[in-house]
Design a binder for this molecule. Sequence first.
Ligand SMILES: Cc1cc2nc3c(=O)[nH]c(=O)nc-3n(C[C@H](O)[C@H](O)[C@H](O)COP(=O)(O)OP(=O)(O)OC[C@H]3O[C@@H](n4cnc5c(N)ncnc54)[C@H](O)[C@@H]3O)c2cc1C
Length: 308
Amino acid sequence: MKHELPPVRGTLTEHRPLADLTWLRVGGPADVLFQPADEADLAAFLRALPEDVAVFPMGVGSNLIVRDGGLRGVVVRLGRGFNAIRTEGDRVIAGAAALDGHVARRAAAAGRDLTFLRTIPGAIGGAVRMNAGCYGTYVADRFESARAVTRAGRIAILGADDLGFRYRQTDLPEGWVITEATFRAPADDPAVLAARMEEQIARRDATQPTRERSAGSTFRNPAGFSSTGRADDCHDLKAWKLIDAAGLRGFSLGGARMSEKHPNFLINTGGASARELEELGELVRKRVYQHSGIQLEWEIMRVGETAP
Ligand SMILES: Cc1cc2nc3c(=O)[nH]c(=O)nc-3n(C[C@H](O)[C@H](O)[C@H](O)COP(=O)(O)OP(=O)(O)OC[C@H]3O[C@@H](n4cnc5c(N)ncnc54)[C@H](O)[C@@H]3O)c2cc1C
């Protein structure tokens, strides 16, 4: 496929395995992995890329199961050239490849509160796309605008209305790549913000299997989506409680296991395949439904093809 692709200044790699680019360490190859040099490189590439070639933007893979057969088309992964972070008054402007934790720390050092991002292991593009959130604050609460390159290679400036933020979901069109986001962040004392982040990390480590291979919450918390995206704070019907009540804490299939520490975390204990992880998740959905009559919905995105 590579010889048919437009010339770039960044890197194009054919048949690139994706497992090492995801937190769960599973997944087959991308037909092509594109790491653009900068936004102009990305835009020129997408303009020239035949329309029928699928484009999948990937962050740091902390919310993904890439299936064992891999992804057809072009996977775009942003790196250097997309990770600058700067503050201008109450605005924090971050490249889409900047890690959420770095953005939170840089903002705090400048006396701006984006502490909710500190413990989310993704990058800013994925945070905007997923309306990531934690401890009662979501991207939607601090978001001002984002730059994106459309599938046709145009630069678009997106406001909150364009993205339609919902619980772990937005309306970003397929194949569009977010390159930068601007947040409005309230002021606070840097020392207070630093202490808050330390406390959040400690809370995380106490309640979640942060040292194991997971993709965060496997299933959404049920009981509806609110327009503010706060479904998980408003309702007590936590997915983990349903899984626990169905006796599935520690339930496993091959190398895949529902965490003992937090039963809504699906873990790759070592040699799990994407198929095992997905099958275990489906089995959990079935058993929870049999036990409680509630249909759990995946929060982890599952993409690509199953292995033949
Ligand atoms: C231990 C752990 C804890 C977690 N805790 C939380 C939490 O508290 N709150 C929370 O919200 N999430 C949490 N997550 C899930 C995950 O970190 C978030 O969903 C995160 O925002 C995903 O970002 P990413 O860069 O890894 O995106 P990926 O997983 O790579 O991709 C996720 C989606 O975003 C899209 N995407 C990524 N980058 C771009 C881009 N530049 N342009 C367009 N689309 C893009 C992808 O196409 C895909 O649809 C956790 C995950 C783990 C492993």
